[in-house]
Design a protein around this ligand. Structure first.
Ligand SMILES: Nc1ncnc2c1ncn2[C@@H]1O[C@H](COP(=O)(O)OP(=O)(O)OP(=O)(O)O)[C@@H](O)[C@H]1O
Length: 565
């Protein structure tokens, strides 16, 4: 299992080392073949010829088997490596603060988890082992060649030095392209994700043409880059072939001259040519190594950047058993990078068995307050207290267990109604418990446990999706229920069903409602009227109507028909 901070490009596990050893053995056997061939050619005796041919066959067979074993082990190591890397990234992504997701697009994160991990895996389990084996192959071949004939060996080294020097500048160009390619691929992935996530908006605003144009632009950028890479590759291949052939001819010319003056046997020349061919591919591997290394370094950097991010703070203090009183004292908060606080010096009390409504115009800071209470946002001044315990000092999962949130935005995911009910629950829940939850939320028998909800709850009506969230909240049974009322108007029947469900689930709980509907506001035990990040007044609806003209104006504004606002 890979650990964060332990991802290195130059690290080999035991399985990879074994695979490299097998591959080296296979190479050693195959390097013996040209020598055996030399014997077959140079020694006329049939007996020696047959036994050498037999040995060649044996070497071929065993080296193929060893190579197959090595490949299997490396593939297995690769499969494990990519599984572990992706898991590590997903674990990390689940622990990062919520703010991180506001700054980084989902598409590029997807690209890091899927593509970059694959590049890193390829390097560590394929490129690196094969470069090591190549290096050993080249060194061993040159050793054998030197022992056979120094001058011929020097001609071969000279030839390959020539080939390598031509490949190096092309490798440098490719390295530059590899970096750009990763960045552009991540942008394409980000755009694609955004387009799919906003498909409804795209359709309703007829934005297909604009969206397609932007996406085409991204693809065109990627295409332009691929074209350059293709151009370099199309030169690299033939150039290497021509240079290799030229080298081959040089060796053949020099060899035939030596053959003519009797200083080299035909068998020796044949084995030299065979050795030359056997080191072409390892030398190419070594030539491409730097480019793959540069690409893998880019991917590793993207992965390491994610892994180096600080997790959500989780100090570790357990919660008191009595979770009946939530207090906010002198709370001030500004979003990161902003000097202007969106909440200023707020003090509020939320009690068990009471419905507290947060009311106020758009942008007043209601959602921000909820995000601070649930610790999605951090970095506030002042205090958020459960009893006498400060939120910041509590274990984060335990703190989040305090809340069930019924949100306006899409908190339903693709699956069945039952999948959605059970989401995040660790306790075992029977089918009859789930049906009870649907009944409490006024959803039974309207929806069945096996009804499919569609991506983001698209197959459900707004009222159904709210009631399904309420049913989930019922099963979760957290001490504090937070309701962000949908601004979209529900029809009176749905609204009545939702309010009945809330009343059933909210008994004996701290209930906090971001309230938009007059019926909810009027029904609340206490209302905090927020404006510009401050509590303007607190009390029951009738009291606030009398006390605060601004509140009265707000309520009248809420009641006025939309077209006259
Ligand atoms: N991530 C963010 N970064 C910077 N500013 C933000 C961020 N999220 C919200 N804000 C700002 O904080 C202020 C309060 O926003 P908030 O969403 O809490 O208001 P609200 O009362 O819930 O509004 P609404 O009723 O429209 O949902 C707004 O001015 C908003 O622009």
């Amino acid at each position: 299992m890979i650990k964060a901070g332990k991802i290195r490009l130059f690290s080999l596990d035991r399985r990879q080392i074994l695979a490299i050893l097998l591959s080296c053995l296979a190479t050693a056997l195959s390097l013996k073949i040209p020598l055996l061939l030399k014997q077959v050619i140079d020694h006329g005796k049939m007996l020696s010829r047959t036994s050498s041919l037999g040995q060649i066959g044996f070497c071929l067979l065993i080296s193929s088997l060893l190579e197959a074993g090595s490949q299997y082990l490396l593939s297995l190591a690769g499969d494990e490596r990519i599984r572990d890397l992706r898991l590590l990234l997903q674990e990390k992504l689940l622990r990062l603060p919520w703010n991180y997701y506001k700054e980084n697009s989902r598409g590029s994160l997807l690209s890091h988890v899927l593509n970059d991990s694959s590049v890193v895996k390829d390097f560590t389990v394929s490129v690196l082992p094969s470069a090591l084996v190549s290096l050993l192959t080249v060194a061993a071949s040159l050793g054998i060649l030197l022992s056979l004939d120094v001058k011929m060996t020097l001609v071969i080294v000279l030839t390959f030095a020539l080939i390598a020097s031509s490949a190096f500048p092309l490798g440098k160009i490719n390295e530059h392209f590899a970096y750009q390619n990763q960045a552009k691929l991540s942008r394409v992935s980000a755009d694609l994700d955004e387009n799919l996530a906003n498909i409804k908006l795209i359709k309703l605003t007829n934005a297909q043409a604009g969206v397609l144009q932007k996406f085409r632009g991204d693809l065109q950028d990627l295409f332009a880059l691929s074209r350059k890479t293709d151009a370099v590759f199309s030169v690299t291949g033939p150039l290497q072939t021509v240079l290799t052939l030229a080298g081959f001819l040089l060796i053949l010319l020099y060899g035939s001259q030596r053959l003519a003056n009797g200083s080299l046997s035909l068998g020796m020349l044949s084995s030299f040519i065979m050795y030359m061919f056997s080191i072409i591919s390892p030398i190419n591997n070594l030539g491409n190594f730097y480019m793959s290394y540069a690409e893998a370094q880019g991917s590793l950097k993207a992965i390491s950047d994610i892994l180096a991010q600080a997790d959500e703070a989780d100090p570790g203090q357990e919660l008191p058993k009595d979770a009946s009183y939530l207090k906010v004292r002198a709370l001030t908060f500004a979003y990161p990078g902003s000097q202007d606080p969106v909440l200023r010096d707020l003090s509020l009390d939320f009690k068990k068995g009471a419905k507290t409504a947060l009311v106020g115009p758009s942008g007043a800071g209601k959602t921000t307050l909820i995000n601070l209470l649930t610790r999605l946002e951090a970095g506030y001044q002042g205090q958020i207290l459960l009893g006498d315990l400060e939120a910041k000092s509590c274990r984060l999962p335990a703190w989040r267990d305090l809340f069930s949130v019924v949100a306006q935005d899409n908190n339903i995911f693709a699956g069945t109604v039952a999948d959605n009910l059970l989401f995040g629950l660790e306790k075992s829940v029977s089918r009859s418990d789930m049906i009870k939850a649907l009944q409490v939320a006024n959803l039974w028998p309207e929806l069945d446990l096996d009804t499919r909800t569609g991506e983001g709850g698209w197959k459900l009506s707004l009222g159904q999706s709210q009631r399904l969230q309420l049913a989930r909240a019922y099963l979760r049974d957290a001490p504090c229920l937070i309701l962000d009322e949908a601004t979209a108007n529900l029809d009176p029947e749905s609204e009545a069903k939702v309010s009945q469900a809330v009343d059933r689930i909210a008994r004996e709980k701290i209930v906090i409602i971001i309230a938009h509907r007059l019926s909810t506001i009027a029904n609340a035990d206490k209302i905090y009227f927020l404006d510009q990040g401050q509590v303007q007044a607190a009390g029951r609806h009738e009291e606030l109507l009398k006390q605060l003209p601004k509140y009265r104006a707000y309520v009248e504004d809420q009641l006025r028909p939309l077209e006259s606002r």
